[in-house]
Design a protein around this ligand. Structure first.
Ligand SMILES: [Zn+2]
Length: 468
């Protein structure tokens, strides 16, 4: 009964952990490495296991740093079931098809100036995605399912994006029983739309994310007030507002906040563009799962008699519709991907607006090193977009409080419900950040360590603290 760390161990992306129980192998997530110059190269490297020897995958949620290498796993021989929550299963096709498209474009770019013998193939294509989607098995929250002999899985709300799960695994091997809880990515408590993360009570070992393990987000109310202030300022300045946002999660949350404060923020002055076919598709998935909403959102939905609750929302599907937004010099709120501004339609909006001081850019999510979004956050005076030098004259705002990830206090609150304290390995965080969280967890009485790739934990040799 062993756990081995592979991806998102000592870093934020590429989530993948290997569990070996009773002669079977199971993966927790199989995500893409993102950000940084060597990401494409690292994604191509062989897995530290035979893909065909993996018996099943449990997927925590639909973000590509968690699910993005599943088609590659399938391409390399995996044929087992992929278990995940039903709402997540509705989002995964949107994300994987988009990944296949981006990978194809990336390959075309890389091959452009190369002789044909040096041409590379995309990591995977739409056919690999189709074969992957056929393996997906939908799970309801809170209901235990035996996924392999000796492995029973229960997915629980993680409050991070729609369909996101913390995964509880009950393991049995040779009479030894252990419970492992993998946090997945954890949302903030009281996050808009979604229910709070599940409150666990007992485990023998916890794998826990640590993305913002050393940070405190601004309070929810402060953040909303700040967003309202920026919108007001932008209205006075007469410019546009650009928001690079992940298609899934932040986009829907922003629409929700604009609806919630429609009167107070005088949102009727604006035309709101959801300028991303992917975010539009994801929004439709959000709107079709009202059973996953928290109370406040359920009330808003009822008051508006359905979703989306915004009369001035334009869903701009086509490239022409997107380009037409460039004719607007002011009065537009544009929500577009990608979330870290390293691709997607937000690039041409930034190219047209960034040099104009009356425009405002609002950064609402994590920006990995090396991405354009990070350069904007770091206030670089000029950036390159589509090979062109662009001066940054717009006003850049970072709204940390809208993060899909809980902050240090949220993470400690999540762990604090375990009695007695199970040992915890931190994943999904830069090492220094995870170390800071480990210190805080030790102060709570936990044995806390930061994971690293290749580290193997023998669960059978650990003392059992869980109530089985
Ligand atoms: Zn995530």
């Amino acid at each position: 009964m062993q756990l081995e760390f592979f991806g998102a161990a000592g870093e934020v992306t590429g989530s993948c952990h290997i569990l070996r129980v009773a002669g079977r192998q199971l993966l927790l997530d199989c995500g893409l490495v993102q950000g940084g110059r060597d990401a494409a190269e690292r994604n191509r490297q062989p897995f530290p296991f035979e893909a065909s020897s993996i018996d099943a995958v449990v997927l925590s949620h639909a973000h590509v740093d968690h699910c993005g290498r599943l088609p590659l796993l399938v391409k390399r021989g995996f044929r087992g079931p992929i278990y995940t929550n039903a709402a997540c299963a509705d989002l995964v096709p949107i994300l994987l098809r988009d990944s296949a498209y981006l990978l194809l474009k990336e390959t075309e770019r890389a091959n452009r100036d190369q002789p044909s013998e040096n041409h590379v193939q995309p990591l995977f294509d739409l056919e690999d995605v189709a074969r992957t989607l056929r393996l997906v098995q939908r799970m309801a929250y809170d209901r235990p399912t035996e996924v392999l002999p000796g492995v029973t899985v229960r997915v629980r709300d993680a409050g991070h994006i729609l369909g996101s799960s913390s995964v509880e695994l009950s393991l049995e091997d040779n009479g030894v029983r252990r419970t492992l809880v993998f946090s997945g990515d954890l949302g903030q408590y009281d996050t808009p739309i979604l229910k709070d993360p599940h409150r666990f009570e007992s485990a023998d070992l916890v794998l826990m994310e640590s993305t913002y393990g050393n940070r405190r987000h601004r309070g929810r109310e402060d953040t909303e007030r700040e967003l309202g202030g920026i919108i007001d300022q932008a209205a006075r300045d007469g410019g546009n507002i650009l928001i690079p946002a992940f298609a899934i999660g932040r986009s829907q949350e922003l629409l929700y906040l604009l609806a919630k404060h429609y009167g107070a923020w005088r949102v009727d002055r604006w035309k709101i563009f959801l300028d991303s076919p992917m975010a539009i598709a994801a929004s439709h998935v959000y709107w079709k799962h009202p059973d996953r909403y928290d109370e406040e959102t359920s009330r808003l939905r009822t008051g508006f008699r359905g979703m989306p609750p915004l009369p001035n929302l334009v869903l701009s599907e086509s490239a022409e519709e997107s380009r037409a937004i460039n004719n607007l010099r002011g009065g537009a709120i544009v929500i577009a991907g990608s979330g870290m501004a390293n691709g997607g339609r937000i690039l041409h909006h930034l190219r047209h607006n960034l040099e104009r001081p009356e425009c405002h850019v609002i950064i609402v999510g994590f920006q990995a090193p090396g991405t354009l979004g990070r350069r904007l956050v770091d206030r670089e005076p000029e950036v390159f977009i589509h090979g062109r030098r662009v001066r940054c004259a717009s006003q850049i705002h970072t709204l940390g409080g809208l993060s899909a990830h809980g902050d240090q206090a949220d993470l400690l609150r999540w762990y604090d419900s375990f009695r007695p304290r199970p040992p915890v390995y931190l994943v999904h965080g830069e090492v220094a950040v995870a170390e800071a969280l480990a210190d805080k967890l030790r102060a709570l009485g936990a044995q806390a360590d930061v994971s690293r790739p290749g580290l193997v934990v023998d669960l059978a040799k650990m003392p059992s603290t869980a109530r089985h």
